[in-house]
Design a protein. Structure first.
Length: 434
């Protein structure tokens, strides 16, 4: 492979300045005609730049960096980009490689701040998950927050991983991360360490933090967070839970999709790991919550109009330990216009808006998506099938499955079979019409 004669050098630096660099990396910085970096990094190495070197501050101007590099290379000038730590670990190097050419870059990595923090604490990191929350401020985390929240990825990782190394931001700070743990009921499951101002005179490492204490503390802007589980992680059943696993309204039972019907309905929804799911008429939340466990990289959006059932679904959400589930109190189709287009939709209750709801959903459903509906009345079945029949020319295919389960029950010293009410499962699929 031919090497570019004048690559842009992407150099990892640390806050102890020159001391963090190899002689080769320092020579590249001292001889560069064009230097690109954040304001703090440029100031840190100001004395090392040669006279007349052009400086570009990339703070809030990341999109301009590729053009600055192209211009320097076009004029045959030596160009360096100063990055923090390892430029390939949540750094600028992948972005530059995407917008330029890999061959146009020469990457000189340094220790990452995460490595340094683990070394300070003595935490092995080869099996840790690295998460960046260096995103636009979306405020405090609340249970059910949507995927656009800057802490969403961390909330999901907390459910799956035993060790996490977190790159923070001034907004998504250690105390906010600790409050996320509290909101998700995980504060007692994780231990926390915060390393501030690494390699600077004011460096401070807090290696023995309880999340409940950290939630009310304040930290320096420059920090990284380490989290490790101190209780055994659970391995919950992902599919086919018994009805008794879900809270239900008592003494009058609220709505719940029974185990057998739920299992078949979830199977007909054709869920994938990253599916976006709608659960309309959530009832006790059983279908949506099992879907959330199955779609670990996706998200479930659920709505329930009945206030008592909405409260029960929220209670089940809290007990289920999922962070990819958002529950709303309302009557469909109100609010659905703000949800992302779904890969799968489950209708457990329609509130009298069935025909219009079906048409709207099939208009929003992604190609090859699935709509699954449960009915116990002939009238709703007739409405659904008539609506779907009228839409066949739009590439909609559908079928009906009648399911009637019978469960054994004791009678004296023997058992009899007690039949459950029959349920019609109506399934519609939207083909790829593109």
């Amino acid at each position: 492979m031919l090497k570019d004669p004048n690559p842009c050098r992407v150099i990892g630096v640390l806050d102890d300045g020159v001391a963090s660099l190899s002689p080769t990396a320092l020579a590249y910085i001292r001889n560069a005609d064009v230097v690109i970096g954040g304001a703090r990094t440029l100031a840190l190495f100001e004395r090392e730049f040669k006279p007349g070197a052009l400086r570009h501050d990339l703070t809030k101007r990341l999109k301009e960096v590729p053009e600055w590099v192209r211009a320097a290379r076009g004029d045959n000038l030596g160009c360096v980009v100063l990055a923090t730590g390892d430029p390939l670990c949540h750094g600028i190097a992948p972005y530059l490689a995407q917008h330029l050419c890999v061959d146009a870059l020469d990457i000189l990595p340094n220790l990452s701040t995460l490595q340094l923090a683990c070394a300070r604490v003595g935490l092995a990191w080869q099996d840790a998950r690295i998460v960046s929350v260096h995103a636009r401020d979306a405020g405090e985390w609340t249970r059910g927050s949507a995927p656009g929240h800057g802490l969403y990825g961390l909330a999901q990782a907390l459910r799956r991983e035993s060790r996490l190394l977190v790159l923070t931001s001034p907004d998504n700070s250690p105390d906010r991360i600790a409050r996320l743990l509290q909101a998700e009921g995980l504060a007692g499951d994780f231990h926390m360490a915060v390393a501030e101002n690494l390699l600077q005179p004011e460096e401070r490492v807090l290696a023995d933090l309880n999340p409940d204490d950290a939630a009310v503390m304040r930290f320096a802007d420059l920090n990284v967070v380490l989290l490790w589980r101190v209780t055994a992680g659970t391995k919950p059943v992902r599919f086919g839970l018994a009805d008794s696993e879900f809270a239900q309204r008592q003494p009058e039972k609220g709505l719940i999709t029974k185990q057998e019907v739920r299992a078949v309905s979830l199977a007909r929804m054709q869920l994938r790991q990253d599916s976006v799911v709608w659960d309309i008429g959530a009832g006790s939340g059983s279908v949506g919550l099992e879907a959330a466990r199955l779609c670990s990289d996706g998200h479930v959006w659920a709505t329930e109009k009945n206030e008592a059932d909405f409260a029960i679904a929220g209670q089940n959400h809290a007990a289920f330990g999922v962070s990819n589930y958002s529950l709303f109190h309302g009557k469909a189709p109100e609010g659905l216009d703000t949800w992302p287009d779904p890969d799968a939709v489950f209708i457990g209750g329609s509130g009298g808006e069935l025909a219009g709801l079906i048409a709207m959903i099939l208009g929003r459903l992604r190609p090859n998506g699935s709509l699954v509906m449960n009915f116990v009345t002939l009238e709703n079945l007739a409405t659904a099938t008539a609506t779907l029949q009228s839409m066949q020319e739009q590439g909609v295919s559908w079928d009906v499955l009648q399911l009637q389960a019978a469960r054994s029950k004791p009678i004296l010293h023997m058992h009899r079979m007690a039949a459950e009410n029959p349920v019609w499962i109506v399934c519609a699929r939207k083909g790829d019409t593109q």
